[in-house]
Write a new protein. Structure first.
Lengths: 115, 112
């Protein structure tokens, strides 16, 4: 059973460009979470999605950031007009709806560098 | 707003020694997670603590949870170099792990 997959693993963008980060949850998992980790810091929650629904986006910046988890295909975190402060590692996690422990399984992360 | 604090932030210890990492949080929760992160890598789940008084052990690591004191500990016994990593605790207020709040992390360095 493959784990959570993220791509790309490394992404370099110039200021003003768009960044698209993809996350494929573990097989059978219908809940996806996105976190951001700045250097030398802990992870910060961004958004929680289920298929075709945003459940909690309280950690998402109000502008330039959006997330989706379509019925088919991976979840996508989109950052428009990137700035240097967006440089960070972005982790996706998934969990199954049926697991009472609700443990989150993390992907390898996408390291975004904005030049 | 929930705050999760870990101490120490950095820990250098010799192989064979024992030490404890502390995780304090500011709001009542009975669900806490411990993760390990190696440099440049993702997070590996270590323990899931689901109730007051929960204690779990795996190898040289033991985690406990005191919900009344809002405190979790990660105890390291007879440290070995392979335990060098950053350790994070994460608190769940939702009851369904839909929004974890992570601590600041403790960077552990075990020297030979």
């Amino acid at each position: 059973n493959a784990g959570v997959m993220q791509n790309p693993r490394h992404l370099v963008r110039r200021r003003g460009q768009e960044a698209r980060l993809r996350c494929s949850p573990m097989k059978g998992h219908s809940h996806v979470y996105w976190y951001r980790q700045l250097p030398e810091e802990g992870l910060k929650f961004m958004v929680y999605l289920q298929k075709e629904n945003i459940i909690d986006e309280s950690g998402m910046p109000k502008e330039r950031f959006s997330a989706e988890f379509p019925k088919e295909g991976p979840s996508i975190l989109r950052i428009q007009q990137v700035v240097r402060g967006d440089s960070a590692a972005y982790f996706c996690a998934s969990s199954p709806a049926w697991d009472r422990v609700y443990e989150q399984y993390f992907g390898p992360g996408t390291r975004l560098t904005v030049t | 707003e929930l705050k999760v604090e870990q101490n120490p932030l950095f820990l250098s210890m010799q192989e064979g020694k024992n030490y404890t990492i502390y995780c304090n949080y500011s709001t009542t929760s009975d669900r806490l997670y411990w993760y390990r992160q190696d440099p440049g890598k993702s997070l590996e789940s270590l323990f899931v603590l689901l109730s007051n008084g929960a204690v779990k052990q795996e190898g040289r690591l033991m985690a406990s949870l005191d919900t009344k004191a809002r405190l979790s500990t990660l105890h390291i016994t007879a440290a070995v170099h392979d335990l060098s990593a950053t350790y994070f605790c994460a608190v769940d207020l939702s009851g369904t792990a839909s929004k974890l709040t992570f601590g600041t992390g403790t960077r552990l360095q075990v020297t030979l």
